[in-house]
Design a protein around this ligand. Structure first.
Ligand SMILES: Cc1ncc(COP(=O)(O)O)c(C=O)c1O
Length: 415
């Protein structure tokens, strides 16, 4: 019997957000203004970083971040193929080139060893300016190794933390580690403003550049020019972009941020329920776990659980990944796939001549991954429905051949 459809993702918005938006509309100040400033200050405090620059998407934050670190036409930027369009698209905005290196098959994050071998390859001719690690699903990348390699090779680190709020790597908040970190507040993200993003940094110059460039490259605090304290006079120092956050969005963000830790607790609990409920299903590999901050404050990490990605052992099943997704849908369970690797997309295949097998771990992961629903609004009954639907679908389509099982326990990652 199909249940009422459980969407793959849904935001958790309460009366606080609604009241603050109404108050903002009534205030007469609806675009960038005091609410955006407050959201930035509170975000920086929550993060423990010096600057937080609010923008209208994570894509904008990545673009501004690459601009701030000085990406130039013809430069190259290393990133993961297993990511969303935005991560590599922004590199093209500069007429620069994304260079993919494969993922670690265990974590699904970029493999730091492969970053090093790419940079230090004897025949390497490219001019690399930056690396964009993507904390896929909210599991932090191995940042120490990435930072060391970047430093030794003169690269800046602009993190794609669209999935990673609140995440920690070895006790440190993601958002305080690389040169610049970009967050997303898109509708399905861990906190939302409908559309929105934030760039964090401890570097004054980067923050200043991003603040100016997010609003047409015009002089500091351009948004104030229509207030009693502002001045009509402004200067354009560089042609910029239209990336500023509105106060209507910030009004939502202020309250979402207050709930960020509670949202995280709920996501974590759902992940634990999935871990337990699916532990004995040999046809599934569960997502990797990292040693928790609560267990080891200095060396522990925190998975933000934006996604709960299982991998199907297709050799043990009589159905494909696509059929598995369709069968879950028939049972009223929404799922998704994160992501179709970029190097397998027509644009990248044509422009750079990439073949699917160039990044075998990204390709192999792609063929097996399914993201299960995970968001604070889900009830325990919803989670149990997903567990039952997954198990029953798997059990009904088991292949009885003797193919090796995935390891039974949830994989542990030493990050
Ligand atoms: C890994 C990753 N990076 C960047 C983005 C872009 O975020 P936004 O929609 O806020 O621009 C997304 C959006 O889903 C994402 O998943």
């Amino acid at each position: 019997m199909a249940r009422t459809f459980l969407p793959f993702a849904a935001p958790s918005l309460g009366e606080e957000e609604i009241t603050e938006v109404i108050e903002t509309l009534r205030s007469g100040w609806i675009t960038t203004g005091p609410k955006t400033q407050r959201f930035e200050a509170e975000f920086a405090e929550y993060m423990g970083c010096k600057h937080a620059v609010a923008v209208n998407s994570c894509t904008a934050a990545l673009h501004l971040g690459l601009h701030a670190v000085g990406l130039r036409p013809g430069d190259s930027v290393i990133t993961s193929p297993l990511t969303f369009a935005a991560t590599a698209e922004v590199i093209h905005y500069f007429r620069a080139h994304p260079v993919f290196v494969d993922i670690d098959p265990h974590t699904l994050n970029i493999d730091p060893g492969k970053i090093r071998s790419c940079l230090e390859h004897p025949k390497q001719k490219r001019r690399f300016r930056a690396v964009i690690p993507v904390h896929i699903g909210g599991l932090p990348c191995e940042m120490e190794a990435i930072l060391d390699t970047a430093k030794e090779n003169g690269l800046k680190v602009v993190e794609d933390a669209a999935h990673a709020l609140p995440a920690r790597h070895k006790g440190k908040m993601v958002g305080t580690i690389g040169d610049i970190t970009a967050f997303s507040f898109y509708a399905n993200k861990n906190i939302t403003t409908g559309e929105g993003g934030m760039a964090t940094t401890d570097n004054d110059q980067y923050a200043e550049t991003m603040r100016i460039m997010r609003l047409h490259g015009i002089s500091k605090d351009a948004w104030k020019r229509y207030t009693a304290k502002g001045s009509w006079y402004y200067e354009i120092h560089e042609p910029g972009f239209k990336y500023n956050m509105t106060d209507i969005a910030a009004a939502i963000g202020i309250h979402q941020l207050k709930k960020c830790d509670d949202f995280y607790e709920r996501r974590e609990r759902i992940a634990r329920m999935y871990d337990q409920g699916l532990a004995n299903v040999d046809e599934i590999l569960l997502p990797p776990r990292c040693p928790r901050v609560s267990e080891d404050p200095e060396n522990g990490s925190q998975h933000a659980w934006h996604l709960y990605v299982i991998r199907l052992n297709l050799k043990r099943l009589t159905i494909s990944r696509g059929e598995f997704i369709d069968l879950l849908k028939e049972r009223g369970i929404g799922t998704s796939v994160h992501f179709i690797p970029l190097h397998m997309q027509p644009y990248y295949r044509k422009k750079y001549g990439y073949r699917a097998e160039d990044f075998p771990h990204a390709r192999a992961a792609y063929e097996r991954i399914v993201s299960l629903p995970i968001y604070p609004k889900m009830t325990d009954a919803d989670v149990n429905d997903v567990i039952s639907a997954v198990k029953e679908t798997i059990f009904a389509h088991r292949r009885r051949a003797s193919v090796p099982a995935y390891p039974r326990e949830t994989a542990e990652v030493a990050l």
